[in-house]
Design a protein around this ligand. Structure first.
Ligand SMILES: Cc1cc2nc3c(=O)[nH]c(=O)nc-3n(C[C@H](O)[C@H](O)[C@H](O)COP(=O)(O)O)c2cc1C
Length: 172
């Protein structure tokens, strides 16, 4: 089996779930990242920003919009230096304005992804994968981006079978 790591970002606090705002104790993407780990025994790396995004949903929406507009690369608490030990990198993120949070790219930009297989997973409230796959292909042309998986955030806890069969086809 290929050696796989999941690099993910996930936010607790207020989020939009099926049309109303709810406070999440554990982020939807983290739930999916753990399903991937359980399915194929991957390592997990959680991206965490030095300056946290707001717990308040509406404030976070604005913060994310500003970062997306200026292609910000917010500073992270910790970085992976390399992914030499891995063949497959799952990049799991919530959909923020159609793309991943810029914090994900703060990490990916620092890695040599040449020849790596990148498998995108995105949790969302209606946008699916948005432009995530396209963003990854454009930013990291030396990696092979495989078909991603979109998981409706509100259904994250029920997505284990879907997530598991998706990753088992990729991380063989
Ligand atoms: C800042 C922000 C922007 C969002 N933008 C979108 C969006 O463009 N499309 C969408 O379907 N969902 C959007 N959502 C909803 C999240 O993608 C969804 O709730 C996701 O499952 C959250 O994952 P997490 O709990 O791992 O952070 C947004 C949520 C936030 C906080």
């Amino acid at each position: 089996m290929s050696k796989t790591i999941v690099i993910y970002y996930s936010r607790t606090g207020e989020n939009y779930v099926n049309g109303s705002i709810r406070k999440l104790e554990k982020g939807n993407t983290e739930v999916c990242a753990e399903f991937i780990r359980d399915a194929v025994g991957t390592d997990l790396f959680k991206v965490d920003t030095v300056t946290p995004y707001s717990d308040d949903y509406m404030t976070c929406i604005e913060e994310a919009k500003v970062e997306l507009k200026k292609a910000a690369r917010p500073e992270l608490k910790e970085y992976l230096d390399n992914v030499d030990a891995y063949d497959t990198i799952v990049v799991a993120a919530p959909c923020w304005w159609g793309d991943a949070p810029m914090a994900i790219y703060s990490q990916l930009d620092r890695l040599d992804l040449t020849g790596k297989t990148i498998a995108p997973l995105m949790t969302h409230e209606g946008s699916g994968l948005g432009s995530f796959e396209k963003s990854l292909s454009k930013k990291y042309p030396d990696a092979k981006i495989v078909k991603g998986l979109a998981v409706h955030g509100a259904d994250a806890a029920k997505s284990e079978d879907t997530v598991s069969s998706w990753i088992k086809k990729i991380a063989k």
